[in-house]
Design a protein around this ligand. Structure first.
Ligand code: C5P
Length: 403
């Protein structure tokens, strides 16, 4: 049976779609999954714990303060036990608490304490779903690598029609089944750099660039989903760390250079998604620079180390994936960069005019020796998944399945 001994924890929150989770538990049990249920207090107003206990064949937990439950399997044990955590239906309130890292009930605590992939299936009134506060919270969860499933459009229990219906039990079951499918990067170590670098001019000014870091963060989350152990070296951005990813914060290109080299020692794949500043002020002024009294102010710039280039020059180096952000002649520059920098793959995109930087979606064209592939415009999170799938394909083709 395809889910035999797979351990799935379902967090049920307060929403009318909770009744559909009864069916989901049945379907998962049909596939021989081990299912445990954690309910929020609100959920018990829709379905009783007894119902879920009967369907799952396991005790159901509601409270963090349940002594008997904690003695049998404490909340941390429960979080470690789970191979997948599905929060369904996920109410607006639970989504808000998960997005902000609350730990004020059993479910939110378990979600914080688990290293397992987390799936969230929102269910709420269409107006609530459209609310900017909810959307911002969902965005935060997505960036952290939580997979948001749905919601679907259609009739709602309250009589409205619109987006906010929880996905159907069979759809949720299929997603869980698929999630246990291949993890092509399981057991591999991946290092990703992301964001801009800031090069200080004086204590208050710097030279930077417009990279948002979103693409690199999405790549880190996707590599984690693909089973890799991921280190993310992040320039100055204010993005939340994707779930299960180890993050190292840096500011300048030289700091990034050092952190990447250290993290890449023995790594299998390096994805250089950072927009590394090519130059830095040769000297950082100790005090704030003053106006030059009508004269042009000259800054002398020194070249920064090429991070991916340094890696490429090492005799044993990870599979190297670079990014090429170009404003024109993308294909020519990308192919040239692939060869010149000694990379294994390059992901090229056209930037400027509202494309690439500071936006949530993007399109990429991948080049490697002897091939190329277009990844059409999509949300950066989706694009990152496709990119990682391609990287895994090329990496495994080059390295076979040996570790
Ligand atoms: O040559 P260019 O800067 O366009 O190349 C971009 C690629 O090289 C990106 O993958 C970027 O992360 C990497 N790079 C680097 N170190 C630099 C400059 C760029 O690793 N100093």
């Amino acid at each position: 049976m395809i889910l035999r001994q797979r351990r799935i924890l379902i967090g049920v929150t307060g929403g009318i779609a909770a009744y559909k989770i009864c069916e989901l538990v049945r379907r998962l049990r049909d596939l021989e999954a081990e299912v445990r249920i954690v309910m929020t207090e609100g959920a018990t107003h829709f379905v009783t714990p007894t119902t879920f206990q009967a369907l799952s064949g396991q005790p159901v937990r509601v409270s963090l303060w349940d002594e008997a439950g904690e003695a049998a399997m404490g909340h941390i044990e429960l979080a470690k036990w789970a191979e997948r955590v599905l929060v369904a239906p996920a109410s607006a309130d639970t989504i808000a608490r998960l997005a902000h890292g609350f730990a004020n009930d059993l479910l939110s605590t378990v979600v914080l304490a688990t290293a397992a992939p987390v799936y969230v299936a929102p269910a709420m009134n269409q107006q609530m779903w459209a609310n900017l506060a909810v959307q911002a919270n969902v965005g935060t969860l997505r960036v952290r690598g939580v997979q948001v499933l749905g919601p679907a459009d259609g009739d709602q229990a309250c009589g409205d029609i619109g987006s906010g219906r929880m996905l159907e039990p069979h759809e949720l079951r299929d997603i869980l089944v698929a999630s246990f499918g291949e993890q092509p990067l399981r057991g591999r170590r991946v290092v990703v750099s992301a964001g801009p670098t800031y090069e200080d001019i004086d204590p208050v000014r710097f030279i930077g660039n417009r990279s948002s870091g979103r693409m690199g963060f999405a790549v880190a989350a996707a590599a984690r989903e693909a089973g890799a152990e991921v280190t993310l070296v992040a320039g100055p951005v204010s993005l939340p760390t994707p779930h299960g990813v180890q993050r190292i914060d840096v500011r300048s290109a030289r700091q990034m250079h050092e952190a990447v080299l250290k993290a890449s020692d023995g790594a299998d794949i390096y994805v250089g998604a950072a927009a590394v500043g090519d130059y830095r002020p040769a000297d950082v002024a100790d005090h704030k620079l003053k106006k030059a009294g009508g004269e042009p102010l000259r800054l002398e710039l020194a070249e920064n180390p090429d991070i991916i280039g340094t890696l490429a020059a090492q005799p044993r180096h990870p599979f190297l994936v670079g990014f090429a952000a170009e404003t024109r002649d993308v294909a020519t520059y990308a192919r040239d960069k692939l060869a010149r920098k000694g990379l294994d793959m390059i992901a090229a995109n056209e930037v400027g005019g509202g494309r690439g930087f500071e936006v949530a979606d993007n399109a990429l064209h991948l080049y490697w020796a002897g091939g190329d592939a277009a990844l059409p415009r999509a949300a950066k999170t989706e694009l990152a998944r496709q990119l990682v799938a391609r990287i895994a394909e090329r990496f495994l083709a080059n390295h076979g399945s040996q570790s």
